[in-house]
Design a protein around this ligand. Structure first.
Ligand SMILES: Cc1cc2nc3c(=O)[nH]c(=O)nc-3n(C[C@H](O)[C@H](O)[C@H](O)COP(=O)(O)OP(=O)(O)OC[C@H]3O[C@@H](n4cnc5c(N)ncnc54)[C@H](O)[C@@H]3O)c2cc1C
Length: 505
């Protein structure tokens, strides 16, 4: 495979940068072999596509090395694309938006730097996976629980920066980040919030700072490389109960959403409930696909003392009781019973990571299966959730794709998460799926909805929909980008934000 030179750079720039990377990091930490780089393609685009190929990959092991990489990139005008674990599957995996970027692979920076038991937080480097954080917390006595996404192999940092979702009370991961260390596009180092003072005491406990808060600038961002992050955790409760509700029909779905909203606002249900259709669970609670099913399966959890959970559950049952045909149930666990949860729903609500969601029962095309998630954000009102479901389902029908959907609830918002499955070795099918996705983005935008994350192919499409004030948000993003990253070396095109030099590509 010939080396991919990024648009706006020359082959000589790239060669000079690679030589400098080798000089700084050593040759084992710099990968240029085309075959080795194939592993870092987006796993869910057409297998043979080179559209998002990287030119090289560097693997720094320290913040200082990350700074050196960024300075070299500036010196030679070569763009970078960072990943922490690179498991951002369905949104591009480790691959760059702009072909030819040099990947900055942070998997080797994988230390859990601190676990603060009394204040319930941890400080991690970017390569720390959910599995690693869980193990470190268990080794430290198991008194703190992480919130985790459905797959345990991703990184705490990458997932949290992308507004990732878990299913515990602190499941809005981006909101439970507190205190970052960031390498800026000129290679200098910043500590956010209370970390801005040397010898900071309150860096990972107070989320704001003195003056305008800048942490948001580094989420879904092309303005920095995060090299350490504070993450808030949950103290182990005495008990928890993994609960479920099952209904059929849209009217009943709306009622379930309204009841769960009331339970969340009343702080009885504190985690993020998930309601799925087309993703069933068997008698043992293990998930399998059944796109023809008309049953809505909701899962949520209760946390606290045994007495409290019994009292909460009585309220839950009373509020769900009036819904026609609703089946409600729960399984109780002691907080320290790590071996108790026997299926994914129970584990993910207790912060025990697994890989069940890549089980072969969920892969209609076997290892060739691609997933494309389409996830517009709506309001947590039963009638509006149903409207959005019907709209998205009609778009799936129009595209000829089976509809498998989930709704992830927060007290005020509802993420409508839907997935298309396809064969990544079938070019025509894969291209049809991505084209249909772009159409779905445009259609839901006409109704006032926007996805909360998206894949490489559709970052510009989603950004194009944000048209308020004649694209005022884009102008602000671009002004900040150009001020902080005048050479445009950091993640060009991420979330549709292009640096000046590559804007007319
Ligand atoms: C079956 C399935 C189930 C899934 N379930 C969930 C789920 O429950 N919840 C959920 O949130 N997601 C889910 N995902 C999506 C995705 O797999 C996860 O979010 C995953 O954790 C992201 O990968 P990562 O953590 O390795 O991030 P990375 O790939 O490392 O990073 C993601 C992006 O963040 C940015 N980034 C990463 N590191 C840095 C850094 N150090 N500095 C600056 N920017 C950085 C980059 O733009 C990068 O592309 C699922 C996907 C699949 C296929």
């Amino acid at each position: 495979m010939s080396r991919r030179v990024p648009l706006g750079s020359t082959a000589a720039d790239l060669d000079a940068a690679i030589a400098a990377f080798v000089g700084e990091l050593g040759d084992v930490a710099v990968v240029t072999d085309g075959d080795a780089l194939l592993e870092f393609r987006d796993p869910y685009t057409y297998r043979e596509s080179d559209e998002f190929d990287a030119s090289a990959m560097v693997m720094p092991t320290s913040t200082e090395q990350v700074q050196a990489v960024v300075r070299i990139a500036n010196e030679h005008g070569v763009p970078l694309w960072t990943f922490s674990q690179g498991r951002n599957n369905t949104y591009g995996g480790p691959a760059p938006r702009l072909r030819g970027c040099v990947l900055v692979n942070l998997r080797a920076m994988n230390r859990v730097l601190e676990i603060e038991q009394e204040l319930a937080y941890a400080v991690v480097e970017p390569g720390v996976r959910w599995f690693d954080l869980f193990d470190a917390l268990q080794d430290a006595g198991g008194g703190l629980w992480p919130s985790i996404p459905d797959l345990g192999w991703g990184s705490v940092v990458g997932n949290s920066l992308e507004y990732g979702i878990g299913y515990m009370p602190h499941g809005d991961h981006a909101s439970h980040v507190c205190g970052m260390e960031v390498v800026l596009p000129d290679g200098s180092l910043l500590r956010t919030g209370m970390g801005a003072i040397s010898g900071a005491k309150a860096w990972h406990v107070y989320p704001h700072g003195f003056g305008p808060s800048v942490e948001g600038l580094f989420k879904q961002s092309s303005l920095g490389i995060v090299t350490r992050l504070g993450v808030w955790l949950m103290p182990r409760p005495e008990c928890y109960a993994s609960c479920w509700v099952r209904v059929s029909g849209y009217e009943q779905l709306a009622e379930v959403v309204d009841v769960l909203r009331s339970l969340m606002l009343d702080r009885i249900v504190e985690n993020h409930p998930m309601i799925t259709r087309g993703l069933e669970v068997d008698a043992d609670g293990n998930p399998y696909l059944d796109p023809m099913s008309e049953t809505w399966h909701g899962r949520f959890a209760l946390y606290g003392s045994a007495d409290l959970i019994d009292a909460y559950h009585r309220v839950v049952e009373a509020r769900l009781a009036h819904i026609d045909g609703a089946e409600v149930g729960r399984r109780n666990f002691d907080g320290d019973d790590g071996d108790g949860p026997s299926n994914h729903d129970e584990r993910v609500q207790r912060g025990i990571p697994d890989m069940d969601f890549l089980d072969e029962r969920l892969l209609p095309y076997g290892p060739r299966t691609g997933h494309l998630d389409f996830s517009p954000v709506g309001r947590c009102l039963g009638r509006e959730v149903v409207e959005l479901q019907k709209l998205v389902r009609s778009l799936y029908e129009k595209a000829g794709h089976p509809h498998v959907g989930g709704i992830c609830l927060a007290p005020r918002s509802a993420l409508c998460i839907t997935t298309t499955f396809y064969d990544t070795t079938n070019q025509a099918q894969t291209e049809r799926v991505y084209a249909a996705y772009s159409e779905m983005v445009r259609e839901v935008a006409r109704h006032g909805y926007v996805p909360y994350r998206t894949n490489l192919q559709n970052m510009d499409v989603v950004a194009d929909q944000l048209d308020f004030g004649d694209h005022a948000l884009r102008r602000l993003h671009e002004a900040i980008k150009d001020a902080l990253d005048p050479k445009g070396v950091m993640a060009p095109g991420k979330q549709g934000v292009w640096p000046a030099g590559r804007r007319d590509r």
